[in-house]
Design a protein around this ligand. Structure first.
Ligand code: DGL
Length: 281
């Protein structure tokens, strides 16, 4: 059955990082209802195997789809890197459009770079998966991927500026000096560290894919006749987590720069129906 324009857009991440994408979607599409799921019981995804991340992502997608959504946004680079194909396939079976955050960021970087050399930083899983590098190379660009896993806990702790964050950024990013002229923040946690990243790589254009992803969501909904009338009332934002409500409130406020309001604790059953992955390995 085709989804209705009145349904919310489902957005998910392993935890709080995807709130940077939710915020960009809320700015771009203020009359849309948004339903956010932070899989805080299973965070981090970035250090787990591709198969495990695909299982987790299928569970979350199945849960959100079961609540009635008109589109699914994978607001996590690691989940996009490993599970986008599975989720697009499952979404196709039920007429649910699915969008990840990698392609939108790559498109912006490709338009910005002058030298044709683009760097991407992300979790170990995202960089090892090579999806960013492949998408950049498919556009004739040179790609350099670099994992920066410590940025995730720094962002979660709110240590996004000051000497510790600056030292970590210096250390991680030194290999990129004199290399790419454009750098994609390939993790939804990283926009909070934009300042220290930019300071460690003077002259490099830093790309945050959240706004590019929000534009892609708007274009996708528009193409499918699923956009709400922009003159309708401001959209409602609902938040769900799989563990630790209190922590989501504290850290989520830092990411959203506002109180997320009521947050619901949910348990995710094994995926059923279209989201039961048939792939292995
Ligand atoms: N926010 C996730 C991403 O964009 C990373 C956090 C995690 O490791 O779960 O990849």
């Amino acid at each position: 059955m085709a989804p209705l324009p009145s349904l919310p857009i489902g957005v998910f991440d392993s935890g709080v990082g995807g709130l940077t994408v939710l915020d960009a979607i809320a700015q771009r599409l203020p009359s849309e209802d948004l339903l956010y799921l932070g899989d805080t019981a299973r965070v981090p995804y970035g250090t787990r195997s591709p198969l495990t991340v695909r299982r987790y992502a299928s569970r979350v997608a199945s849960h959100l789809w079961g609540q009635g959504i008109k589109a699914l946004v994978i607001a996590c680079n690691t989940a996009t890197a490993h599970a986008l194909d599975d989720l697009i396939e499952a979404g196709d079976r039920v007429g649910l459009p699915v969008l990840g955050v990698i392609e939108p960021g790559v498109a912006v970087a490709a338009a910005q770079t002058r030298s044709g050399h683009v760097g991407v930083i992300g979790t170990e899983g995202t960089i090892r998966a090579g999806r960013y590098q492949a998408a950049l190379e498919a556009r004739g660009l040179t790609a350099t991927g670099l994992p920066c896993p410590l940025f995730v806990p720094l962002a979660e702790e709110g240590w996004t500026e000051g000497e510790v964050a600056a030292l970590v950024a210096e250390r991680y990013l030194a290999p990129l000096r004199g290399g790419p002229d454009t750098l994609i923040l390939g993790c939804t946690h990283f926009p909070l560290l934009r300042g220290v990243v930019a300071a460690a790589l003077p002259g490099v254009e830093v790309i945050d894919s959240a706004h590019a992803a929000a534009d892609a969501v708007a274009a996708m909904l528009d193409a499918q006749g699923l956009l709400r009338d922009p003159s309708s009332a401001p959209g409602q934002h609902r938040f769900q987590v799989t563990d630790n409500l209190e922590r989501f409130h504290v850290v989520g406020e830092r990411f959203l720069q506002r109180d997320p309001g009521p947050v619901q604790l949910v348990d995710l059953p094994e995926p059923a129906g279209p989201f039961l992955s048939t792939r292995s390995g």
